[in-house]
Design a protein around this ligand. Structure first.
Ligand SMILES: [Fe+2]
Length: 181
């Protein structure tokens, strides 16, 4: 499945533009992490784009989140890593492979970075930098929904928070127009 095909099926299934953007952003961060580690960029990006596919079915049933996505996406015969990553992002599978660790850390990070852009008057990613994100990370009341524990788990990939934010922020800035930021 290509990036465009993944975005297409997500748009057909998920009505919230914000959520679609979150999935596209997570795909971009995953692609950048794959590049960093010499892994398959296309597979990692597709996993990121599809990771919240079952949101409409599971927003009231978090215990089924991820499991329904795998069911619904089975017909596309995706590489096993994609299904495993989808399960691992919401703790339905232990994090073993690098792609599983990457998606777990990347998921809250995209929302955290968007929140960083939106509190500034310009509402753009451009002025956001790593120093700003690190400062906000320590501020518990900022973007409370973005799990600090989950973002800090980038250490499981051998990345410092600074390195991880740098990769994620650059990846999102590269598609800022698509994200409307
Ligand atoms: Fe997500």
């Amino acid at each position: 499945m290509t990036r465009d095909e993944a975005i297409e099926i997500v748009k057909e299934h998920v009505s919230s533009r914000n959520l679609v953007n979150h999935m596209i952003a997570t795909g971009a961060v995953m692609k950048a992490l794959a590049k960093k580690f010499g892994e398959d960029e296309a597979i990692w990006e597709v996993a990121g784009i599809l990771h919240d596919y079952d949101y409409p079915e599971t927003k009231e049933h978090p215990e089924k989140h991820g499991l329904i996505s795998v069911e619904l996406l089975k017909k596309y015969n995706l590489p096993q890593e994609v299904y495993d990553a989808i399960l691992a992002h919401c703790d339905k599978k232990p994090r073993e492979k690098l792609i599983e660790k990457a998606i777990y850390a990347a998921d809250p990070t995209t929302g955290f970075i968007v929140a960083g852009a939106l509190i500034r008057p310009e509402k753009k990613l451009e002025p956001v930098d790593v120093k700003f994100l690190i400062k906000r990370f320590k501020e518990k009341s900022f973007a409370k929904g973005a799990s600090r524990e989950q973002m800090a788990s980038c250490s499981e990939m051998g990345l410092s928070l600074e390195e991880f934010y740098d990769i994620a922020l650059t990846a999102m800035k590269n598609i800022h127009e698509e994200l409307g930021l």
